[in-house]
Design a protein around this ligand. Structure first.
Ligand code: SF4
Length: 532
């Protein structure tokens, strides 16, 4: 095809941020497309490709297909999906419908799921090519090769069908870092939709302040300097790379002046990995008088006498830090050690004690159902989460069932010791999605937790915890308005919180009437939303 005709643009690339089949499309909420879509879209745009982003988090499968079809042009090079396992079904339904309607269009999948299962993904008729692991370095090469219909065999980390055979090219030796990852060019997406009523700003807001917040994300680092054995950063061997404090503050100043940003979501998984950078960052915000709210992820054990102590935590609060998002994983030391977390359970309470001197919200995520965990390990974690909420009212504890990733030692254990069998084809993953555990989207069906001693209890306890979490996270006295409806809602939540806390502490999970009521409430709300 002669591309001169299309002026300076090299051709169109449609990037799709898949939805999640169990989630209704978002309405009145801002959530940016995943990081890969933003980064790759920016790189392609900078290299003169005509980038279009379709955001499945806001679209049903049918509407997404409709929107993609409307964007398919004569100069289309490929449609790219960045897929996590929880998005497989949605991405598959859209890809196969596009394949059916436009058989010649090239469909490329990248992201965590195809990286873990490239061969089985590309064997499906809905997918032409899988990009394995990071590809900021190769995306332009890929787009150029597909546009020119060139041979792909010289481009690293690709998996594709060739005459019915699956070809996997050599691994990419040049990992992505900040020499090839630019800051996001927000002009390629509907950023005004994402920046308002932003979900991350909302969940770190103690009152209705989020309504005034204009949120933008920053990639201040990639990967992590720890080696927790369950973590996707470790499984995919991602290295830790950081932007400097100066670069981050300059970027914040740019986002403020260009878009009016007043809330920054640090997308990094370990913003506090370098003490020196953190001290410089806080000092720069102060000396340059940068008025901003910011949200980082942080390890709980960074709260200690020699790093984030009672004095420095106040500086963090003054600099605008509003929440501390911590992956603390377990209240069982045995489990933390098995996860190679390199952290003591006591660090969690130390962190909360230090944070309690401020209004910074502690967000804690725990995991349960790790192969080899005992019933006692699991019980300890739920009860610890409840205890923390009671002692530190601002704290937001979240417990979720563990998801197995191939490549981790827990996956090997699940297969060798417990006879676990994961889906063997893309279509099996799609069918598996129908059985997913709806209350923990992205996690596995309780029946798949073959290593959990008491699967029934595992499920019923978690359902009670869902009620506990739903009620307790939004119990801020500041939010009670004077009207009668708000007061009733507040006391209803308080009642559910107290009852569910009691249940978890006393291990009483029968007669879960609260959960049935929640289900009824959700169904009613969905019906009303659909009518609107
Ligand atoms: S500290 Fe967090 S991001 Fe880093 S390896 Fe461990 S789980 Fe992964």
């Amino acid at each position: 095809m002669n591309r001169e005709h299309f002026g300076s643009k090299k051709g169109r690339v449609i990037l799709v941020n898949p939805g999640i089949h169990l989630f209704p499309p978002l309405k009145n909420r801002g959530m940016y497309p995943n990081n890969a879509i933003q980064i790759l879209g920016t790189i392609l745009h900078q290299n003169k490709f005509d980038v279009r982003i379709v955001d499945g988090m806001y679209l049903s499968v049918d509407n997404a297909v409709h929107e993609i079809l409307s964007l398919i042009s004569e100069d289309l090079i490929f449609i790219g999906f960045s897929v996590m396992t929880i998005q497989v079904k949605w991405a598959y339904l859209v890809s196969s419908e596009i394949r059916r309607k436009c058989p010649d269009v090239k469909i490329v999948w990248g992201g965590v799921h195809p990286t873990l299962f490239p061969e089985q993904t590309v064997l499906d008729n809905a997918v032409d090519l899988c990009v394995v692991n990071e590809c900021a370095f190769t995306i332009v090469q890929i787009a150029n090769a597909l546009a020119a219909e060139d041979n792909l065999s010289n481009i690293p980390s690709l998996c594709y069908k060739d005459n019915g055979k699956v070809n996997l090219t050599l691994p990419n030796q040049i990992p992505d870092d900040f020499t090839n990852i630019p800051y996001i060019d927000f002009s390629i997406m509907n950023h005004k939709l994402y920046s308002k009523n932003n979900v991350f700003a909302m969940d770190s807001s103690l009152n209705e302040e989020y309504k005034r917040q204009i949120a933008y994300p920053i990639n201040a680092s990639l990967g992590c300097n720890f080696r927790c054995s369950f973590c996707i950063n470790v499984i995919l061997e991602r290295k830790y790379k950081m932007r400097t404090a100066e670069e981050i503050v300059e970027r914040i100043e740019y986002l403020k002046s260009e878009y009016g940003a007043n809330y920054i979501h640090m997308v990094d998984e370990n913003f506090f990995g370098s003490k020196k950078r953190v001290y410089q960052f806080v000092e720069l915000l102060r000396s340059r008088n940068v008025d901003i709210k910011w949200r980082p992820q942080i390890r709980a054990d960074y709260f200690n006498k020699s790093y984030i102590n009672e004095s420095f935590v106040k500086e963090l609060e003054e600099s605008g830090m509003v929440i501390a998002v911590m992956g603390v994983e377990s209240a069982s030391q045995r489990t933390l050690d098995r996860l190679d977390k390199k952290m003591k359970v006591e660090s969690i309470t130390v962190a909360l004690e230090i944070l309690s001197k401020t209004r910074i919200i502690p967000r804690l995520s725990f995991m349960v159902g790790i192969p080899g965990e005992t019933e006692d390990d699991i019980k300890q974690t739920y009860q610890f989460a409840v205890m923390l909420k009671e002692k530190y009212p601002l704290c937001q504890p979240l417990v979720t069932p563990f998801r197995l990733f191939p490549g981790s030692k827990f996956y090997e254990l699940a297969v060798s010791k417990y006879g676990y069998k994961s889906p063997e084809s893309l279509i099996e993953w799609v069918e598996n999605a129908d059985k997913e555990y709806c209350e923990s989207v992205g996690y596995q069906n309780p029946k798949d937790y073959v290593w959990v001693a008491n699967a029934k209890k595992f499920e019923s306890r978690h359902k009670i915890f869902i009620m506990f979490k739903t009620a307790s996270w939004s119990l801020f006295p500041q939010l009670i308005k004077k009207d009668i409806k708000s007061k009733i809602m507040h006391y209803l939540k308080l009642l559910i919180y107290k009852v569910t806390a009691l249940r978890i502490k006393n291990e009483f999970y029968q007669l879960n009437i609260e959960y049935l009521l929640l289900e009824l409430f959700r169904k009613g709300r969905n019906i009303i939303q659909n009518i609107k």
